[in-house]
Structures are given as structure tokens and as C-alpha cells.
Write a protein that binds this ligand. Sequence first.
Ligand code: NI
Length: 260
Amino acid sequence: MKIFETHAHYDDESFNEDRDHLITEMLGASGIIDSIVNIGASLKGCKDSLALAAKYDKVYAVIGIHPSDVEALTLNDIEWLGENAIKNPKVLAIGEIGLDYHYEKPSKSIQKKWFIEQIALAKKVNKPIVVHSREACQDTITIMKQEDAKSVGGIVHCYSYTKETAKDFLEMGFYFGIGGVITFKNAKKLVEAVEYIPMDKLLLETDSPYLAPEPNRGKRNDSTNIPFIAEKIAQIKGISTAQVIDKTNENARKVFHLIQ
Ligand code: NI
């Protein structure tokens, strides 16, 4: 069974040497990937994501500006995102957007401003959001509640918080992107969260080229590593890997409105 990859960055320069070959192989007759959602993080990343989606039938784009890249963002840029989200049916969501307090820049207030602005954009164009949240749990939940993110729904990508926090996102109807971190030895907290989150809210993702799962940790990641993540979730949930793939594929098509 082929796999729906919900979060990758094939526009990244680390794929410059073999991008087309890799994507063609993965999506080809003998490849294991059904569809790829390429996620924009910077304005350039968004343009590149749109180009990849135009080039490959089974590649989709999500466009939005990552919290670490919002420093120079303008309302004109937001307008450009909105125009593309409306006119291009292969744009599935607005993202990745959110808060990242791991680094001190951009300031928290700038990050919050553009997170709020981009949730408003998603509501305007009626698309779900893909949320990046790192070391910013409480502010992320507060803003999502205040801005009624529930009305568009979406994904908390690379979920890294506790099962208690998962409850807040579940109440807003959100899905959880689970990546390579789940295979790491120190992932106890995340394993507990995945035990707790219902199977119909889990998604498979790699965040390629980052966060390759064990046994490939530290190497460049790509979507062919997804089975390691699916196997780990299958262990945690006490079901087969095929069942994990089947259910998460269905979840992916639901969250991105590719099926009802
Ligand atoms: Ni990402």
C-alpha cells in the first residue's frame, strides 16, 4: 500500500542534485509514496512548492511563512499567498505557520502577529492550517482558540508536546503529524501522546530533509523513511503497519479536503 506523505520540503537545497530523480522514483510504479505535500516555509519556499506541484501530478503545495521567517514579511506578501491559495486548486492549506521560541529571533510579538494574520488568511480562503509550534505550547493554544482556528482545522505538524496538550488540540479538531522523532530513544513523552491520540487523528510525515528516523537518524531524510515511523506507531497502537498506513492515508485525504 502506498503512503501519503503529509509534510516534506523537497524545495530544500539539499535535494538540488537529485530532486527530480528522487520524486519520480518515489511516486513511480515501484515507489512506495502515493502523494507528497510540499510545505513552504519562506516566500521562496512557497514559490518552489507551487512549481513542484505544477510539475508533478501527485505533489501538492501548502503555502505560508514559518515563524522563523516572518521578520521581513509584509501585508503584500500575505495578499500574494491568498491569491495563490484561491486560484490554485493544488494549494491544500496555509502553512507552515506558528510560533518557534527556540531561538530569540524574530521576537515573540512579531511571531504572534504573523501567526494571527495567517490564521485570518486561512479563514478568508477557507483552507486548513499546518501549524509549527516549538517551545511555544501555551501561546500557540491561546492564539488558536482566540482566532477560532477550529473553524478551518488542520494539522499540528511534528507534534512534540504531551498527551495533556494533545487534548487541547483534539478539542479544536486538529490532526497530529508524527515524524521521525517517534523512533528516537528519548521519545517517551511523544510515545505517550501517540498512545493517547485516537488513530483517526494521526498523520505520517517526514519533514524531509530534517529529522530522519532511526536507523537513519542524522542523515538527509526523504519520504522512503516513512515505513520506520509507521512501524513504530503500529507497535504503540498494537495494530499492523498496513492498518496504520491505511488509516493515516484516509486521515490525510480528509484533513486536506481531498475526500469528504
Ligand atoms: Ni516543516
